[in-house]
Design a binder for this molecule. Structure first.
Ligand SMILES: Cc1cc2nc3c(=O)[nH]c(=O)nc-3n(C[C@H](O)[C@H](O)[C@H](O)COP(=O)(O)OP(=O)(O)OC[C@H]3O[C@@H](n4cnc5c(N)ncnc54)[C@H](O)[C@@H]3O)c2cc1C
Length: 380
């Protein structure tokens, strides 16, 4: 049985493990974290990713932890409605839903589907070597693991990528993001609706993520590396967003401080090559993107599925990896670039530009809906 060594038990690494094992591969996954814990917050899992999870027969187990998106709204920071989209009919038309889900629930259900046995926690990969017939992962504690194939699914700061492509710095998007999850029961907060509110130099989004929880995110244009004061995230957030549409400060107020995280947002310009012989990259390690289209994890899931398909149809591993990379470049590069452009638009500070953006959403929002439909109607 051929063996795949996977670095990283995030969404991409676990999905690749499931897809490859279904095609007869032995799997060994190595994860730096000592436990698979509640890392991250909510994410949108669009139809394109849900369809892959359905094909892999793992969707049913995670469905009860998610919340189907029925309607989405784009508003101004004061709450004026610019665009409403009926997702129920889009979900029906495309044959699978778009949902909100907690990243930790998704990760844990993927790990359950794979079985915990092949997942080796507390293992930090430091690099790799290879020869004509095998690839070997090298770990910080001196251990090694050899396979027919090595997949670097070790995230945006991938050690495998650094060795393969060099230590090029990440591209800072110009803004930071707070993410919060809570059981938010406030009359101001509309339940079951996904929304984005756009201000000057800031945006806030909100969506249900199952089991009564609401997830929200908020961005602000600030230099990289700033952090919140020791009192916590809520005081600066309420100072910044306190006078927004009442749903927004209400959601922030109702979220426990421990349910809020903050990260500066980075990506990398798309590269055409992320394969070296028997070693390849997957997910954020290969095609990190800003979160403005909510597609990072979805693309990791698609890539995992396509990688397994290529390894099934092409016997020679290096050729299969090149076919996988070629199959994935155009779509992932388009998403990274489009997401970057949307991020810049959401970050406008100039009054006139903000007015033009809001007017464009109000008048031509239907075009955005059409392009979203095309993006998420894709079948990997
Ligand atoms: C604010 C924000 C909002 C987002 N919203 C969405 C959304 O709505 N929808 C969506 O699809 N995506 C979203 N994303 C993106 C999504 O979170 C990522 O694209 C996705 O998690 C990438 O999965 P991955 O498996 O490639 O990497 P990761 O999830 O980063 O997993 C990598 C794993 O590798 C491990 N690791 C790292 N280095 C090593 C090492 N040296 N050795 C061993 N293990 C290692 C890490 O511990 C981690 O478990 C968002 C991201 C952000 C920042």
């Amino acid at each position: 049985m051929p063996k795949a060594v996977i670095i990283g038990a995030g969404i991409g690494g676990l999905t690749a493990g499931i897809a490859l094992r279904q095609n007869g591969w032995e799997i060994a996954i190595f994860e730096r974290a000592p436990v698979l814990s509640e890392v991250g917050a909510g994410i949108t899992l669009w139809t394109n990713a849900v369809k892959v999870l359905q094909k892999l027969d793992v969707w049913k187990s995670m469905e009860p932890d998610s919340s189907v998106i029925g309607r989405s709204e784009i508003r101004t920071w004061l709450g004026k409605l610019l665009l409403a989209t009926d997702f129920s009919s889009l979900n029906k038309k495309l044959g699978a839903p778009t949902v909100g889900i907690h990243r930790a629930d998704l990760q844990s259900k993927l790990a359950d589907a794979l079985g915990r046995e092949p997942i080796h926690l507390g293992s930090t990969c430091a690099g790799y070597s290879q020869d004509a017939t095998s690839a070997t992962a090298k770990f910080a504690d001196g251990k090694e693991e050899r396979g027919d194939l090595l997949i670097g699914a070790d995230g945006i700061k991938s050690a495998i990528r650094t060795q393969m492509l060099g230590d090029e710095p990440l591209r800072f998007a110009g803004y930071t993001a707070w993410r919060g999850v809570g059981l938010i029961d406030r009359p101001e907060v509309p339940l079951g609706v996904t929304l984005i509110a756009m201000g000057r130099g800031s945006q806030v989004g909100m969506l249900p993520i199952g089991r009564g929880r609401t997830y929200w995110f908020a961005t602000a244009n600030v230099p990289a590396g700033e952090s919140d004061p020791p009192e916590g995230h809520k005081p600066p957030l309420l100072k910044r967003f306190g006078d927004w549409w009442p749903a927004i400060p209400a959601a922030i107020e109702a979220t426990p401080e421990t349910g809020i995280i903050r990260n500066d947002i980075f990506d990398r310009k798309p590269v055409r090559n992320w394969t070296d012989g028997r070693v390849t990259l997957l997910g954020d390690a290969a095609h990190p993107t800003t979160p403005n289209l909510g597609q990072g994890a979805c693309q990791a899931i698609e890539s995992a599925f396509v990688l397994a398909k290529c390894l099934k149809s092409i016997a020679e591993v290096p050729s299969a990896l090149l076919a996988y990379q070629d199959a994935r470049f155009e779509r992932t590069a388009m998403i990274t670039n489009r997401s970057w452009t949307f991020g810049k638009m959401f970050a406008y500070e100039n009054r006139l530009k903000c007015w033009a953006r809001n007017t464009a959403f109000r008048l031509f929002g239907g075009l955005t809906v059409k392009s979203t439909e095309k993006l998420i109607g894709y079948e990997a």
